[in-house]
Design a protein around this ligand. Structure first.
Ligand code: NI
Length: 170
């Protein structure tokens, strides 16, 4: 496994449409493992393939609920009309956050790491993560959906992060 370089806003690759994956090769599996490692290293809860320079329909999500989601060729559809409005960030927009409105519940259909189809409902933060990562596959950054100003991440928000693990490794 290896850390991949995360592309940042301004890189044209982040605004491109991704192509479907036809089969999961050993290279694809390596990419998926690298994406998890890169996401955890950066304290993210989701990472999409275009963020590491690969224009394929693939993202990974782990919001800390004990599940690791691998979503290949996903569709993410809102369930009902209920929405959630809250702070959002992105590893491709470092040091920034902004308020975005997303569906409260979504239905996700995708293929897993073995190219087996699966589907599930997601709610709250998981629904937000699914919608955000899915947008990446269609060249859409959350910055285009921010209500009001894009803001700098403050120390108050950073207190939520756990830095102890990093210190132990250093
Ligand atoms: Ni993002």
């Amino acid at each position: 496994m290896a850390l991949r370089t995360i592309r940042v806003i301004g890189d044209p690759i982040l605004e491109k449409e991704c192509k479907p994956i036809k089969a999961v090769s050993d290279r694809t599996k390596e990419l998926i493992m690298d994406m998890f490692e890169t996401m955890y290293d950066a304290n993210g809860v989701g990472l999409a393939a275009p963020q590491v320079g690969i224009l394929r329909q693939l993202f990974v999500v782990d919001i800390g609920d004990g599940k690791r989601y691998v979503c290949i060729n996903p569709t993410v559809t809102a369930i009902g009309e209920e929405e959630q409005t809250g702070e959002e960030g992105c590893l491709s927009v470092p040091g920034k956050e902004g308020v975005v409105t997303r569906p409260m519940k979504v239905h996700v259909k995708a293929y897993d790491i073995n190219m087996e189809p699966y589907e599930f409902d997601a709610e709250g933060l998981l629904a937000r993560a699914m919608a955000h990562e899915n947008d990446h596959l269609h060249g859409v950054l959350y910055t285009t959906k921010v209500e009001g100003e894009l803001e700098d991440v403050t120390y108050e928000n950073l207190e939520e992060y756990d830095f102890d693990e990093e210190e132990e490794e250093a």
